[in-house]
Design a protein around this ligand. Structure first.
Ligand SMILES: NC(=O)c1ccc[n+]([C@@H]2O[C@H](COP(=O)([O-])OP(=O)(O)OC[C@H]3O[C@@H](n4cnc5c(N)ncnc54)[C@H](O)[C@@H]3O)[C@@H](O)[C@H]2O)c1
Length: 412
């Protein structure tokens, strides 16, 4: 791209720092300027010489109209470009609960800093689609519905610095990560590498959160997932009503949605079985009570109760029952998910598009996420919605879990 001299006043000088070349951020910055009919001039570019040293870019950008410039700067901000003459962030008071000033700043899932009284401060509880509120001497990412009258929130685009995640330079060591999404033949490798990430996360004291859909049970994944929980590899389980129902059905009656897990055949009157499972838990009062009363003696939720691993079942419109443990108030369910994700170091999303995307929205962009689904579009969808760190493994989730359990049982 040729450098041109920019003369009009509709311009801004921005700076970015990070692994700009190997993370392809540089290309995206230039593409963004062109997309808004703008022009750019690279004033300075320093390429990092070592693995740890970041590259530094100083760029003068120009747009044909003030509106285009503002839209362009908003996009560039998400790519880590901060206006040099930004000054402090602008704050406005919230006048009414849940009602933000119209020009509020909406967060990404990347590390973000805001400038206040000349100092850059790191935003706490980073997540996407939130506002930035000043509280107790710090900026916090806060959901719209949690805003209170009197809160101070960031508006506009000034005094905000976003630090996009760089692709790890050791990423090529992980074959299935290199192309984002794996093919079947790479599954064995993907499982071994997931096991390694899991072991590294545990060794570093990070929490490992499993997000699972009912297909985990239908595909025979209950046994290996239960084994992972029993062996201390899982810190929390996030799922929906269906996983709970079918796990209990499998544990009590040996079927999942009426299909015998032993031989894959429909059990006689098997369609009643998931309702019998729900009924049994209603009789007991809760999943924990069913375990304590000796009525539920195996399975994923049984192991959670035994090992004191928290599980959250979020409700949905299509739920049967639901189980007494299922949280049917969606705001409360989101809060309970967010609580378990707070210090997660690794998230495994297993066969649930709904819950995987929901979790992706709550996570900061630097939390490692492995998404296992038979449909390659699911990992792509997760990435497209901003969870760019998600690594996809395209395979049957039951087989994946069996292999993972086997690999983790090997001496390491
Ligand atoms: N009886 C019930 O109460 C009941 C039954 C079904 C679903 N639900 C609820 O509906 C909501 C959505 O359910 P969901 O998460 O199943 O739906 P979903 O469509 O969000 O996700 C299912 C995912 O599983 C993937 N998949 C299918 N077969 C697979 C395999 N063999 N290996 C790997 N991946 C595979 C699909 O590609 C899809 O992405 C949940 O809240 C759930 O609890 C309730």
């Amino acid at each position: 791209m040729p450098h041109r001299t920019l003369k009009t006043s509709l311009q801004e000088v921005v700076e970015a720092e990070g692994h700009l070349i190997d993370s392809h951020i540089m290309e995206q910055i230039f593409d963004t300027v062109v997309e808004y009919d703008g022009r750019f001039e690279v004033e300075r570019f320093h390429i990092g010489k070592t693995n740890a040293e970041p590259s530094r870019l100083r760029l003068r950008v120009e747009a044909p109209t003030a509106e285009a410039l503002s839209l362009m700067l908003a996009q560039l901000l998400g790519l880590g470009c901060t206006p040099v003459e930004g000054g402090d962030a602008e704050w406005k008071l919230v006048e009414k609960d849940r009602c933000a000033p119209e020009d509020f700043y909406s967060t990404t899932n990347h590390r973000t800093q805001v400038r206040r009284n000349g100092q850059w401060r790191l935003v706490q509880n980073q997540r996407m689609d939130a506002l930035i509120v000043w509280e107790n001497g710090k900026p916090w990412a806060r959901r719209l519905r949690d805003l209170k009258a009197g809160d101070e929130v960031v508006v506009g685009m000034r005094g905000i610095r976003v630090i996009p995640e760089s692709k790890e330079r050791d990423r090529h060591a992980f074959a299935f990560m290199a192309n984002g999404i794996s093919s079947e033949r790479k599954v064995e490798t993907a499982v071994r590498q997931t096991a390694q990430i899991l072991l590294n996360s545990k060794a570093a004291g990070a929490r490992v959160v499993v997000v699972a859909g009912p297909v985990v049970i239908h595909t025979g994944g209950a046994k290996p997932l239960a084994s992972l929980i029993r062996n201390g590899y899982v810190s929390a389980l996030l799922a929906g009503n269906a996983l709970g129902v079918h796990d209990i059905e499998a544990a009590m009656l040996g079927t999942s949605l009426g299909v015998r897990l032993r031989d894959g055949r429909q059990a006689e009157h098997g369609h009643r079985n998931h309702m019998r499972a729900i009924n049994a838990i209603y009789h007991a009062g809760s999943v924990r009570a069913a375990v304590e009363q000796g009525k539920l003696t195996s399975g994923v939720l049984y192991e959670c109760v035994r090992a004191n691993v928290p599980f959250v079942l979020a409700g949905s419109l299509r739920d049967d029952g639901p189980l007494p443990d299922t949280i049917t108030d969606m705001n409360q369910a989101q809060d309970a998910y967010a609580e378990q994700l707070r210090d997660a170091g690794l998230v495994l999303c297993l066969g649930s598009m709904l819950h995987s995307i929901a979790v992706g929205n709550m996570l900061p962009g630097w939390v490692k996420t492995v998404c296992v689904d038979i449909n390659p579009a699911v990992a792509t969808k997760l990435s497209d919605r901003g969870t760019a760190q998600a690594l996809g493994v395209v395979t049957d989730v039951g087989l994946f879990l069996e292999m993972l359990d086997r690999v983790l049982a090997e001496p390491h």
